[in-house]
Design a protein around this ligand. Structure first.
Ligand SMILES: C[S@@+](CC[C@H](N)C(=O)[O-])C[C@H]1O[C@@H](n2cnc3c(N)ncnc32)[C@H](O)[C@@H]1O
Length: 305
């Protein structure tokens, strides 16, 4: 089992917007809550410590094993963990035979995964171009780059809001033809920086490869499709008995999907907003954890009936 600060009790990497999420989830004793993104387990632990019961899901088998090893005993009988895709949330809830009073999504990848070089999620560590959150299945980013056409790659990068999607896609496909396709995270980051440099961009606050990495990760893990399916599944799980749904997003592509879906539900009178506008993290949290800066929380409630 890999060690990391987050895995040793959650004290150093506090989950994003923890207290806001707990307040809005309105955790009640002995009621069931779904933590659809277990990760380091900080949100699950907070629900359990408030007396709630948790069904947790993660597509990373290591996240599930780690939580069970560290906290399984302490919370036995009140905690179920599933290695699976939260896009199948309605099936997981049905098979667990629980009635969910609330569901929490904390999208994306965890700090623990970012620190594992072999996942290739971060260019600050040299690693293979894998980028899968579930390394037991699916195509790696490297394999994707080996086969996509220039126009497909340009579309993938545009979906991640990459401003130089087209020139980067063209340069990558040309590099592939001449056998110079980047093979590691550090190589790919340097390659993208080179395209930016040649286009006359010199300095920016963010590393030029940030959006390329995000776009490839989104495609490799089918994140947008999964989000659409998991929202639909959450509605199925909550509509009849009532309950709250909270979603923490980390970039505009995800937030757009959640915003549009919630607006649609409210217009159909299927759900009500818990709060109308998305909530950002507090200033103090952003100072302590700069990664939380881009987080936004949205929430709705189903009345049931
Ligand atoms: C930001 S982390 C969650 C952190 C967690 N809330 C905590 O308190 O530490 C996101 C987690 O969601 C998982 N994940 C991403 N997409 C998923 C999906 N479609 N189904 C299930 N888990 C997913 C990732 O593997 C990662 O562990």
């Amino acid at each position: 089992m890999r060690e990391s600060p987050e895995s040793s009790g959650g004290s150093i990497h506090r989950p994003v917007m923890l207290s806001e999420a707990m307040d809005w989830l309105d955790v009640r004793e002995d009621c069931w809550y779904v933590d659809a993104n277990l990760g380091g387990g900080g949100h699950s632990r907070a629900i359990l410590e408030r007396g709630g019961r948790v069904l947790a899901i993660d597509r990373d088998p290591d996240a599930v094993a780690r939580f069970l090893e560290e906290s399984g005993e302490a919370f036995s009988g009140r905690f179920l963990a599933i290695h699976g895709n939260n896009a199948d949330i309605a099936i997981h809830v049905r098979e667990a035979r629980i009635r969910a009073s609330g569901i929490l999504f904390d999208l994306g990848w965890s700090t623990i995964q970012g620190e594992e070089a072999d996942r290739g999620l971060s260019f600050s560590e040299e690693g293979p171009l894998d980028m899968r959150l579930d390394q037991t299945t699916g195509e790696t980013a490297g394999a994707l780059l080996e086969r996509v056409s220039e126009s497909e790659l340009s579309e993938i990068l545009s979906e991640g809001d990459e401003p130089l999607a087209h020139p980067i896609a063209r340069a990558l496909v040309q590099a592939r033809k001449s056998g110079r396709l980047p093979r590691t995270t550090v190589d790919l980051a340097a390659f993208v920086s080179g395209v930016y440099y040649r286009k006359g961009f010199r300095r920016s606050r963010r590393h030029p490869a940030t959006r390329v990495f995000m776009a490839l990760r989104i495609r490799v893990n089918r994140e947008y499709e999964n989000l659409e399916r998991s929202l639909a599944g959450s509605r199925q799980a909550l509509e009849e008995g009532g309950g709250r749904l909270l979603v923490l997003t980390f970039h505009s592509g995800e937030d757009r999907i959640v915003k549009r879906t919630f607006r649609q539900w409210v217009s159909e009178e299927a759900a009500d907003y818990l709060f109308r506008k998305s909530l950002p993290p507090g200033k103090e949290e952003v100072l302590q954890n700069p990664r939380s800066r881009s987080a936004r929380m949205r929430g709705v409630t189903f009345v049931g009936g």
